[in-house]
Design a binder for this molecule. Sequence first.
Ligand code: ADP
Length: 298
Amino acid sequence: KGPDPDVEYIRAKLSNVKHKILVLSGKGGVGKSTFSSQLSLSLARSETSEVGLLDIDICGPSVPKMMGLEGEEVHQSNNGWSPVYVQDNLGVMSIGFMLPNPDDAVVWRGPRKNALIKQFLRDVDWGDLDYLIVDSPPGTSDEHISLAQFLSLNADADGAIIVTTPQEVSIIDVKKEINFCRKVGIKVLGVVENMSYLSLPLTELKIQDLSDPGRDLGAKFAEFVEKEGLKDCFAFAQIFPPTKGGAEQMAKEMKVPFLGRIPLDTRVAMAAEKGESVLDTGSGSGCKAYKEIVAVVA
Ligand code: ADP
């Protein structure tokens, strides 16, 4: 059997993309799509960077919403499908744009999913890109194997970023994910630990006395914050029990880079809700964490 012409075509088409980054996670709900979206928005803050975000999380495309593009449609041009643009230098392509009803579930079998992935990679007219970020489904599946084949993540700048929470159940799956990458020849650019801890600005903290719900502690606390000048202070708390050093220790054991910790932060959730970069908020632990991670990736 000769070489697959589609593979050759796609590889040639994407050969000018300077960085191809596949975002992976072992489990759903760890913040993979939030990370893909925020990474894309943050990279595109530099006006000289051309960024494309491809969402192939076919069963749960959440990228349109997280990029502020709900209800948008993809258009056909002479050169293929045009991505939907958030701004001049940031285009997005998602199966979500093609579903007539955003609440529709896509129940497709492997071959059909693979055909769609192939079509996305072959027919989307990205123009010249500095970064192509690919948000993939959780776990390892046929789709990931075809992605690895089509994307040909061989260049030094290409590879996978794996998102996890600090919990043991999630970290065990990351090890599987790393082994998968090794097996199919994808370089692991690094592991990101999301929801590492809770970070809340004191100005947004609500306090309730459960034994006396009528007691108004909020006003008193706000007064204290004001009086002590604590406007830029944050309350931190561990949510998930840390497992033997969390993702950082696991990354060390598996000999892959650790890119950083992102807190569970209302500003990250709100930025994701509005399709804005959390870097635009200019402050807070989530902003700081993203700034550091984006600097490494860029
Ligand atoms: P996944 O793609 O892994 O299934 P999502 O990116 O959809 O996960 O995230 C699940 C939910 O958690 C979303 O509602 C998102 O806004 C929220 N979320 C993810 N990361 C954070 C964070 N660091 N701080 C606050 N909320 C977050």
